[in-house]
Ligand binder design. Sequence first.
Ligand code: HEC
Length: 150
Amino acid sequence: MRIAAPLAMAACLVATSPALAAPKAEDAIRYRQSVYTVIGWNFGTLADMAKDKQPFDAGEFTLRADRIADLAPQLLEGFPPGSDTGAKTGAKATIWTDRAGFEAKMQDFVDAARALSQAAHGGDEATMKERFKATAGTCKACHDQYRSRN
Ligand code: HEC
């Protein structure tokens, strides 16, 4: 039993976890575009507040910064090998040929999003706006290099 139980659990995980199966390219493309869409939706509100197009609201800012910080680390799994084609995509093929460069840009974004969320919880408006700009810079840095559609 001491050996069988973990084995049975492992078999169960293999059968039910989609993360362990190779995803279909079209599913991966839909997944990452969806995550970017949700990030963009939340980022838009932050942008409006940072540019004074919308009154600054620390609670609203924090809610959206937290969502982005949670979503950012979920993006990389949306770029499995072979998902450079298979559905309409704005992902450049260099994402897969220059993987280290792409992953570094992704890490910059994950780090910036975490710092943005931390600043939001700190409660200082000027720092939040600064962190917003820094995060926006990491979106642009990746898009400039690895995204073909703007
Ligand atoms: C590490 C690279 C990288 C970072 C960082 C990044 N993006 Fe993107 N983004 C991409 C790529 C690549 C695509 C194209 C995905 C596709 O079409 O398969 C994309 C697509 C998008 C899309 C379009 C999704 C769709 O439905 O086609 C939006 C919106 C978007 N990004 C917003 C953002 C915002 C906002 C940020 C920062 C807060 C950000 N991205 C950060 C690489 C990145």
